[in-house]
Design a protein around this ligand. Sequence first.
Ligand SMILES: CC(C)(COP(=O)(O)OP(=O)(O)OC[C@H]1O[C@@H](n2cnc3c(N)ncnc32)[C@H](O)[C@@H]1OP(=O)(O)O)[C@@H](O)C(=O)NCCC(=O)NCCS
Length: 142
Amino acid sequence: MKLQLVHVDRIIDLRHAVLCRGRHRKHAHFVGDAETTTIHIGAIIGKHAVGCLTILDRPFSGEPAWQLHGMAVDPLYQGGGIGRSLLSFAETRLRQIDTYPYVWCNACVPAIQFYEKFGWVAVSDEFVVPHTGLHRTMLKRL
Ligand SMILES: CC(C)(COP(=O)(O)OP(=O)(O)OC[C@H]1O[C@@H](n2cnc3c(N)ncnc32)[C@H](O)[C@@H]1OP(=O)(O)O)[C@@H](O)C(=O)NCCC(=O)NCCS
C-alpha cells in the first residue's frame, strides 16, 4: 500500500462506494475539490485507491485553518491500519506546509472514536448532515 497525493478523479469511485452509497455518483464530487489549495491523498494498492481523504483550506471559528473531509477506506480493508496511515500522512504534510495551526472536520458519529484515538477533540454538539446522518465537529492542533 502506497500513500500519495492524487488527482480527485482517482478517489471518486471510492468516495461513492463508501460515503455516498446508493446515491448518484455526482454526489461523490465535493465543493472545493478543484481549488488550487485542495489536497487529495490516496492509499493505493496496485492501480486502485483503497483509502482516501481530502484537505481543504477552510476557516475554523473565523481563523484560517485546514478542513479534512471525504475520509474513506474500502470496507475490504477497514481495520487494517489504512485510516491511521492516511491521517498521519495528511497531518505530517500539513505540518510541513506550516501555514495554519489547526485542522478540523465534521465527523460522522460512528467515526468519532477513531479520530479521538489520534488526538482529535469533539468541539460541537451533534448535528444532522442531510443524507449522511449525525455529525460532530472535531478539531486537532497540528
Ligand atoms: C473510519 C475509517 C476511515 C477508519 O479507517 P480504518 O482503516 O478502518 O481504521 P484503522 O484500521 O486505521 O484503525 C485505527 C484504529 O482506530 C480504530 N477504529 C477504526 N474505526 C473506528 C471506529 N469507527 N470507531 C472506533 N475506533 C475505530 C481501530 O480499531 C484502530 O484501533 P487500534 O489502533 O487500537 O487497533 C473507516 O473505517 C471508514 O472508511 N469508515 C466508513 C466511512 C467513514 O466513517 N468515514 C469517516 C467519515 S467522518
